[in-house]
Design a protein around this ligand. Sequence first.
Ligand code: APR
Length: 312
Amino acid sequence: MNRRARITIVGAGATGATAAHWMAQAQLGDIVLQDIVEGLPQGKALDLLQSGPIAGFSNRVVGANDFEATSGSDLLIVTAGVARKPGMSRDDLLQTNLNIVRSVTEELVRRSPDAILIVLTNPVDVMTYVAWKVSGWPRERVMGQSGILDSARFRAFIAQAVGVSMEDVTALVLGGHGDAMVPLVRYAYVGGIPIDRFLDRPSIDALVDRTRKGGGEIVSLLKTGSAFYAPGAALAQMADAILRDKKRVLPVAAVLAGEYGEDDVVMGVPVVLGAGGVERIIELELEPEEREAFARSVRSVREPIASVRHLL
Ligand code: APR
């Protein structure tokens, strides 16, 4: 790409603004922050822009309430939505965020028909499916963020438990973003060495459990919000892989069309991420227990998709 990439982030809340921060610092491209709240995206964009001379970046950062400013983007990121509040059922959340993601996607795809779209809004697997259907785009160009975050949590916990650098820990979490996610213990390594050389089974099981509940742990500490630093960093890593055509191998919520024996559903799986979006889905041979966990995770995503399919 000879010109600077154009990135649109919809939702200038905690995660959207943090993702913009990571991306500006990494000089990934010019950024448009869009939000329905008047002044919010403009104020955060201006503040972030003014950090440029200190942090050493020269990218443009603008805020907007309309969608015109998003035209011609290379990458679209949807973080707009509401978090679950006390008294709100999962179904209420699903319905509210579905309406937001549907209308935002319609606005975005008309103005940036050749872009790649990443969804963060929860429940992310279902919302990614919604965005894919509404966009009418090939599945390679629509995906969700969840696996990078879940794997990063697992990696951070392993590094702490073993007492080594987080950089040297690799791990893979498959499946939907929720209690039914599937952290794959046999693909977790410390400096290329399997983790069972460092930790016993009960310790590993405790880390797996903490990873599954990783989002909830932060919500219960923050009380008024959910995680945003690591989710924002995960979005920036995906943007870096796509805009710089890195062909990174990362877990991403992708539309399956026969892979892992599943079809017409979004699941977290390892993919090759580059300029074409999800360029390849990597299929792993799962052991019986892992296959069962994966199937359980697929069911937990298929159910809500079935309940909203008539709206798409
Ligand atoms: N168009 C644009 N922006 C919108 C819209 C809309 N239709 N509806 C809501 N927003 C904006 C809100 O005004 C808010 O600024 O989305 C932003 C969401 O930000 P936060 O409330 O701070 O939420 P955040 O923590 O960033 O999480 C965003 O990710 O983790 C999930 O469940 C979480 O769905 C939520 C999303």
